[in-house]
Design a protein around this ligand. Structure first.
Ligand code: ADP
Ligand code: GLC
Length: 483
């Protein structure tokens, strides 16, 4: 059995700001069926500690500077809801009210230390192993996720106990860049502060460090794996990645089909297995947003409100869609300017547009179930999970052809329709005109109810589970851990 430590800063359902949490929460179970014993190392934020239930203290590995972790730091082992967790309970770093990365829109000023210490612990666990309740446990592979864990592969090398590591990029636009003044507090060797090491244009780059040190690099779709090699998508790291192209691959995310299952979802008024069964959820959704029933399609959106997600493009294309009889329901939070524009749109198109600003897990499930289609007009999208949930819930995705969106939605071309596989509407990214045309195609298909029903059935049948990708991760871990 291959043992893997997943070091990540989020994990559903305990703590989530986006898709990273869903992926980490799903991986241990799907990897177990591939013969991988994966455990998650997670920072002990208040929400995590509260959810732990019966937790057992575990001896910390040696060599961790108290100046980094704080004096009262400890490691806990727990399995809430069956999730195999190791929790880094370091009150000096994580015991605070507010967001996990930021407070009132400003990043925590000690983020370098909060996640540097986390990465240092991950490296120590990989190097030394732990005495867990079911016996000694040492990972064969350290798998670091995003910049928050990016220093872990580098620390492994610095402490002179190299063990195979994987660095996964969930979103290259977040790189964890800090001034060189963090080098000493993080106990990083100064000689590593070079372009071949953790230096990135004069700053300390957490993600960069992981990309240089890890044996393998993955990202969350084959499409994004190609895109990040280009200046348009690489966010300055394209050169670093090009130099390591031989170890870079894309492994597509899946959906956790135990959590995202319309046949058993407790957030829905009535479970369903075919598109016809969506009617009760649709009625509940419209009622929830105070919108009248009507003949037009309901387009749903569940999103962080950030430039990446292209919601400004959707706002620009919206009037045409509303004129064509469509309705929009959107749940999201983030950028204050977008929040304001969305609230304005709800007033301007009263009766056709419903906006909920906030974060609401249960409502997100109702939106996937009750909407006829789901829009994901992203400018770039490493994988995207909302289109996978849309497919599973029989809501046709309208997505930009970028990253994982293009890899997962089969456009309603005549060929795909006659082959019985068309599952959504795919358009060129970053263009209001292209999005407008996709929405026109959506309205035209909606007018042919038999064609719509066929596509929704295709969507629900399309496989979105973790199976093939879990097998790819398992094969990668086995290859790396076999001497
Ligand atoms: P990203 O990680 O870039 O935000 P993904 O599509 O991979 O994009 O994942 C987003 C996840 O966060 C999905 O599970 C989605 O349902 C959820 N989500 C995003 N915004 C909200 C919100 N306002 N309320 C509830 N869930 C949300
Ligand atoms: C990031 C990406 C998103 C991806 C998620 C999980 O947040 O923006 O596209 O689905 O990570 O890998």
């Amino acid at each position: 059995m291959t043992r893997v430590l997943l070091a990540a800063s989020e994990c559903a359902p305990l703590v989530k700001t986006g898709g990273l949490a869903d992926v980490i929460g799903a991986l241990p179970a799907v990897l177990a069926s591939e013969g991988v014993d994966a455990r998650i190392l997670l920072p002990g934020y208040p929400a995590v500690l509260e959810a732990l239930g019966d937790a057992r203290p575990v001896d910390m590995p040696g060599g961790l500077p108290a100046a980094m972790t704080g004096r009262t730091a400890r490691l806990l082992e727990a399995a809430p809801g069956g999730l195999p967790l190791l929790v880094f309970d370091a009150p000096a770093l994580y015991d605070r009210a507010g967001g996990i990365y930021a407070n009132d829109g400003r990043d925590w000023s000690d983020n370098a230390l909060r996640f540097g210490a986390f990465a240092r612990l991950a490296a120590a666990i990989a190097a030394e192993g732990l005495a867990l309740s079911d016996g000694p446990w040492q990972p064969d592979v350290l798998h670091a996720h995003d910049w928050q864990a990016g220093l872990a592969p580098a620390y492994l090398a610095f402490i002179g106990r190299p063990r195979p590591s994987v660095m996964t990029i969930h979103n290259i636009s977040f790189q964890g860049l800090f001034p060189p003044s963090v080098i000493d507090p993080l106990c990083l060797p100064r000689e590593g502060f070079t372009p071949d090491g953790y230096e990135f244009w004069g700053e300390v780059g957490f993600l960069k460090a992981g990309l240089m040190a890890a044996e393998a690099i993955t990202t969350v779709s084959p499409g994004y794996a190609r895109e990040i090699l280009t200046p348009e998508f690489g966010m300055g790291l394209e050169g670093v990645l090009a130099a390591r192209d031989n170890v870079l691959s894309g492994i597509l995310n899946g959906a956790d089909t135990t959590v995202w299952n319309p046949a058993s979802d407790p957030a829905l008024p009535a479970p369903y297995k075919t598109p016809k069964g969506k009617a009760a959820s649709r009625a509940a959704l419209l009622a929830r947003f105070g919108l009248p029933e009507g003949p037009g399609p309901v387009l749903g959106v569940v999103t962080r409100l950030a430039w990446q997600k292209g919601i400004d493009l959707l706002l620009a294309a919206l009037p045409g869609f509303i004129d064509g009889g469509g309705k929009l329901v959107l749940l999201g939070s983030g950028d204050a300017g977008l929040e304001r524009q969305l609230r304005d749109a709800a007033i301007r198109h009263a009766g056709s547009v419903g906006i909920e600003i906030g974060y609401d897990e249960a409502l997100s499930h109702l939106i996937y179930a009750g909407s006829d289609a789901i829009a994901v007009p992203s400018r770039f999208e490493p994988c995207g999970l909302t289109q996978l949930y849309a497919l599973r819930y029989g809501a046709l995705p309208v997505v930009a052809r970028t990253g994982g969106l293009g890899d997962t939605v089969i456009d309603a071309s005549p060929a795909a329709e006659s082959a019985g596989v068309a599952s959504g509407f795919v358009h060129a990214p970053g263009s209001v005109r292209a999005l407008h045309q996709a929405l026109e195609r959506l309205l035209a298909t909606w007018a042919d109810r038999a064609a719509w029903e066929r596509m929704a059935t295709n969507a629900m049948r399309q496989s979105v589970d973790w199976g093939p990708s879990a097998a790819r991760y398992a094969a990668l871990y086995r290859r790396l851990s076999t001497p």
